[in-house]
Design a protein around this ligand. Structure first.
Ligand code: NIG
Ligand code: FE
Length: 393
C-alpha cells in the first residue's frame, strides 16, 4: 500500500536548520511555510503559497515547526532510581562516579522485561518531548551477559547503541582493575560488538584514565565500533585530548577544559556535547558553551538521561539551561540539539528539515521556537512526526 503524501501548511515559523533556506542564518528560518512529506521523507519545503498538491493537508495554525531533536547521549537501560542521592546533594553531598554502582546492582537483578519497560517508558517520554532520534548506552550491567542484554534491549529501540562496559570498575573487580579492562576489551567486547554501533569510556578520575580509555577504544575500533567519550565532567584530564587525537565523534560533558582542550576541539572533528542537565542535577559548574562556540568548536546538546546525574528526558529543559547558564543563544541551543546531535552521531539524514531528509518534525504550541526557552517548564510540544508518522501529544 502506498503511503500518501502529506502537506503540512500554515506553519507560522519553519525552522529548517538548512542554511540554504530562509535568511541564510544557520537555523534557516522561513515564515508562512509548508512542508511536503512522502514515504517518511521530506520532499519539499517552501512558501505555503507555492506548495504542490498532496493527498492530505495538515494545518499548523500559524505555529512553529522545528526538526525533531537528536539526543546523542542517554543511558536508558536500568531499573530503580536515585532520588535520595539527588536530594542529598541539596544538603551538600557531592556527586561521585561511584554512585553508578548502586544502579549496577539493581540492574543486574532485573529481568529483561523490566529493563525493556524502562527503555520503552523513557523512549515514550522522549518522543513526547520532541526527540525523534536518540542514542542509548549500556554501562549498568558490567558483566558479559548483562552488558550484552542491555545492548540487545537498547537496539530494539534505536540503532544508535553504545557499548559502555568501561563505565566504572565494578565492585567485584576492586583492586583488580587491569583484569576488568582485559574483560572489557576482550570477551565482553566480543559479546557486545554485534549489538552496538559505538564504544564509549568514562574517562575521569574515579573511572578510567587516559591509557586505559585508549586501550578500550582502540579494541572497540578494531571490531568496527566507533569511539565517543565521557570526559571533563568532574575535572580536567587528558580525555578531551584523547577524543580529538583518536577522531572520536564526540566528547561529552566537556565541563572542565584547558585552553589546549578548547584549541584541539576547535581544530579537530570531534563534537563537544554539552549536558547541562548533569550540571543542574549534580550542582557542578556549568560548561562554558560560549567559549567553545567562540573558538569554532562544533557543539551538541543532549539530555544524558540517566538515573544518577541527569534524570530528564526534556530537551527543552536542556535548551533553557544552556541559554541561561552555558552562554548559548536560543538559536545556538536549538541548532546544537538538532544538527549538533546529528553531527555527534555522524547522521546526515536527521536534524534538518530539507528534501531527502527523514520527515522528523515537531509542532509547537508557540509562534516561534524561542518560546522553548522563553517559557521554561511549559510543555509546548503539540505534535511529533517521526519518519512521517504523526503522534499527537
Ligand atoms: O554521563 N558520567 C558518567 N555516566 C553518567 C552518569 C551515570 C550515573 O551517575 O548513573 C553521566 O553523567
Ligand atoms: Fe553519560
Amino acid at each position: 500500500m502506498r503511503v500518501v503524501t502529506v502537506l503540512y501548511t500554515d506553519i507560522g515559523e519553519l525552522v529548517t536548520c538548512d542554511p540554504a533556506r530562509g535568511d541564510g542564518n544557520p537555523l534557516g528560518v522561513m515564515s508562512d511555510a509548508a512542508v511536503v512529506v512522502d514515504e517518511g521523507l521530506v520532499v519539499w519545503t517552501g512558501p505555503a503559497r507555492h506548495a504542490p498538491a498532496a493527498d492530505h493537508r495538515v494545518a499548523c495554525h500559524g505555529q512553529a515547526v522545528i526538526p525533531g531533536f537528536v539526543d546523542s547521549h542517554a543511558h536508558l537501560v536500568f531499573v530503580g532510581h536515585r532520588a535520595e542521592e539527588f536530594a542529598a546533594r541539596a544538603d551538600g553531598r557531592a556527586y561521585a562516579a561511584g554512585g553508578i554502582r548502586s544502579t549496577v546492582e539493581a540492574t543486574r537483578a532485573a529481568t529483561d522485561a523490566e529493563l525493556a519497560a524502562t527503555v520503552e517508558g523513557l523512549a515514550g517520554e522522549m518522543l513526547a518531548a520532541g526527540i525523534t532520534t536518540f542514542e542509548c548506552k549500556s554501562g549498568y550491567g558490567l558483566t558479559v551477559p548483562d552488558e550484552r542484554r542491555a545492548l540487545e534491549i537498547a537496539s530494539r529501540a534505536t540503532p544508535e547503541t553504545t557499548y559502555l562496559g568501561a563505565h566504572v570498575v565494578p565492585t567485584e573487580y576492586q583492586g583488580r582493575r587491569d583484569a576488568y579492562i582485559d574483560l572489557v576489551r576482550g570477551p565482553m567486547l566480543d559479546a557486545c560488538a554485534p549489538h552496538a554501533r559505538w564504544i564509549d569510556v568514562f574517562c575521569e578520575q574515579g573511572a578510567f584514565d587516559v591509557d586505559e580509555s585508549r586501550a578500550v577504544l582502540e579494541a572497540g575500533r578494531a571490531q568496527g565500533l566507533r569511539p565517543r567519550l565521557h570526559a571533563g565532567q568532574l575535572g580536567v584530564g587528558g580525555g578531551v585530548g584523547l577524543a580529538v587525537e583518536i577522531g572520536a565523534a564526540s566528547v561529552d560533558h566537556a565541563t572542565f577544559l584547558t585552553d589546549d582542550d578548547v584549541d584541539a576541539l576547535a581544530s579537530g572533528s570531534t563534537v563537544a556535547t554539552l549536558l547541562p542537565g548533569v550540571e543542574f542535577s549534580t550542582r557542578t559548574p556549568w560548561a562554558d558553551g560560549r567559549r567553545l562556540l567562540d573558538a569554532g568548536a562544533t557543539v551538541a546538546l543532549a539530555t544524558d538521561c540517566n538515573p544518577g546525574s541527569s534524570y530528564t528526558s526534556s530537551m527543552a529543559f536542556c535548551l533553557a539551561l544552556a541559554v541561561r547558564h552555558q552562554g548559548l543563544t536560543p538559536a545556538e541551543a536549538l541548532h546544537a540539539a538538532t544538527v549538533g546531535g546529528a553531527t555527534a552521531l555522524d547522521r546526515h539524514d536527521v536534524g534538518v528539515i530539507a528534501p531527502g531528509h527523514r520527515a522528523d518534525l515537531v509542532r509547537l504550541d508557540a509562534p516561534t521556537y524561542v518560546h522553548l526557552v522563553y517559557r521554561p517548564g511549559v510543555p509546548l510540544v503539540r505534535e511529533v512526526v517521526r519518519r512521517g508518522v504523526r503522534y499527537e501529544v
